[in-house]
Every structure is written in structure tokens, then in C-alpha cells.
Design a protein around this ligand. Structure first.
Ligand code: 2HA
Ligand code: ZN
Length: 270
């Protein structure tokens, strides 16, 4: 028996499809780049009897506190650009089993050999960190925004302090939308535990956007659109910085005093 998802989960899926299109149009989602998870526990009511019909797939190293939590996640090897028209092939809904030793996949994943993103353990670590801190963010989105990645390759803008100053100095909205700046994670191997752990540390420092040096960005949001918007705003600042540099000049930029003033006027409330 297929499971019927609530209207609210379908809305979440629609938003993820919409954001998948944006990421593709922006050129931030080549091939199967990126991955995404949404904590939809509050929108899922499936009886244990029904859940049991979906065999547990093992997953190592989960803490007991994950038991019973439900997530919408992208599939490994799936493309952001395909989500909108093929959501049940590119996404799945899974619930962590009662003993937290695996998950029941009970919606989507309708593709030969489908597996949730290989970054699932990392996403779960990040989701858990958000939940434990009482954050309202439910979405963890990873993508490859070109200009932001480019800045991590330049010594002038590599590193948390230099990157944030360069971005904030380009346009007031960069400071307004991302007042705590982008958290910096030094280069770590893709899909590694080290990368996940360093990212969790950045989330604990209350960063909503995290730069993975020479790789990409991870952002969190109440919904997929919000996570996308944060990256878009910062990538716009990165584009402006590089546009200025292309003239052969160094951008004047807003001063530190001007950025601080914006920071005071638009201080984050959480
Ligand atoms: O999912 O982007 O970092 C593919 C990736 C891994
Ligand atoms: Zn990536």
C-alpha cells in the first residue's frame, strides 16, 4: 500500500522542486551536485503497523535520539534539475527506526537502485544539531555556488574574516540577510565525517550559511526557499566583488564603520 503524504509535505516537496530549478538555472547544480534534507517529523503520522511494512535499511552510528524522526531527502546521484518533474524518483521520505539502527523508506525513491544521498549521515548530524539548539530551521541545503567558491581560491578572500568582510562591503543586504556572516570550514574530503563535524561546529556558532572551502556552500532555513535566498544574497555580493576586480581595480567597498552601523540597525533577533 503506498503511503499518502499530507498536504503540508506536498507543499514542502513543491518548494524543494522550485529551489531545484533555481539551483540549476543559477549554474550551481551541475550533474548530481548538492543534496538536501528537510526534517518533516511534525508533518508525518504513520502507524507503527504501516511502517513495519517497509523494511529497515541499516545505517551505522546514529544516536538513540534520532529514533522516530522523519526526513525528506534527495537521492544519491539524483539531479536537482529533475526534482520538480520527478519528485518521487529524486526524493524519498524516511523515518529512523525505533532502535535508531536504520530507516524505513516509505515514500518516493522510485528509481532503480535508489539510495538516499550518500551525505545522509552528515545531514542527520546537522539536523540533530539544529533540533537540539531549538532552531526553527528544518532544511539543510548543499549546493555549489560559483562565485562564492571562486572567492575561497583567492588569498584576498579566503578565510572567515576576509570572506565576510569582502561580501558585507559589497552591498548592505549582505550584512542584513546574513548578519553573523558565513561560517568557514577549511577544505575537508567530500562526504567525510570531518566535513560534517566541522559544519556542525559552524552551525553551533549560529551561522546559517557555511562555506566549504574549494567545494561549496551549506545553508539552513525554515524552508528551502529561505535557505536558497541566503546563499543567493551572498553569492550576489561575491559576483559584485569579482566584477569590480575584473576592471583591474580593487573595490572601494563599504567601510567597517558602515558595516557595523548596518549590523547595529539590523541586529538578528535570535
Ligand atoms: O552530492 O555535492 O558534496 C554531491 C555533492 C557532494
Ligand atoms: Zn558538493
Amino acid at each position: 500500500m503506498p503511503i499518502t503524504l499530507s498536504k503540508s509535505v506536498h507543499q514542502v516537496i513543491r518548494e524543494v522542486g522550485e529551489v531545484g530549478q533555481y539551483l540549476w538555472q543559477k549554474g550551481w547544480a551541475e550533474k548530481n551536485a548538492g543534496n538536501l534534507s528537510v526534517d518533516i517529523t511534525d508533518h508525518i503520522a504513520i502507524t507503527p503497523a504501516k511502517l513495519k511494512k517497509f523494511p529497515v535499511k541499516p545505517i551505522a552510528g546514529l544516536l538513540p535520539e534520532f529514533a522516530g524522526r522523519s526526513y525528506l531527502v534527495t537521492g544519491t546521484g539524483t539531479r536537482y534539475r529533475d526534482i520538480q518533474n520527478h519528485s518521487s524518483e529524486c526524493l524519498c521520505v524516511l523515518q529512523i527506526s525505533g532502535d535508531a539502527k536504520g530507516f524505513h523508506l516509505f515514500w518516493g525513491g522510485k528509481r532503480e537502485g535508489f539510495k538516499p544521498t550518500s551525505e545522509l549521515p552528515s545531514h542527520l548530524l546537522m539536523q540533530n544539531s539544529l533540533r537540539k539548539s531549538g532552531a526553527k530551521e528544518k532544511v539543510v541545503l548543499h549546493t555549489h555556488p560559483n562565485e562564492l567558491i571562486a572567492l575561497t581560491h583567492l588569498s584576498e578572500t579566503a578565510g572567515e574574516e576576509k570572506l565576510n568582510y569582502a561580501l558585507w562591503s559589497m552591498i548592505p543586504e549582505a550584512k542584513i540577510y546574513v548578519p553573523r556572516g558565513i561560517g568557514w570550514v577549511p577544505y575537508r574530503l567530500t562526504a567525510s565525517q570531518e566535513l560534517a563535524k566541522e559544519t556542525v561546529k559552524a552551525l553551533e556558532r549560529k551561522h546559517k550559511v557555511v562555506m566549504w572551502e574549494k567545494h561549496g556552500v551549506l545553508a539552513v532555513g525554515k524552508d528551502a526557499i529561505e535557505a536558497f535566498d541566503l546563499i543567493d544574497a551572498m553569492n550576489k555580493a561575491a559576483i559584485l566583488y569579482l566584477l569590480c576586480k575584473q576592471t583591474g581595480q580593487t573595490p572601494q567597498g563599504l567601510s567597517r564603520e558602515q558595516i557595523d552601523e548596518i549590523g547595529r540597525m539590523f541586529a538578528p533577533k535570535d
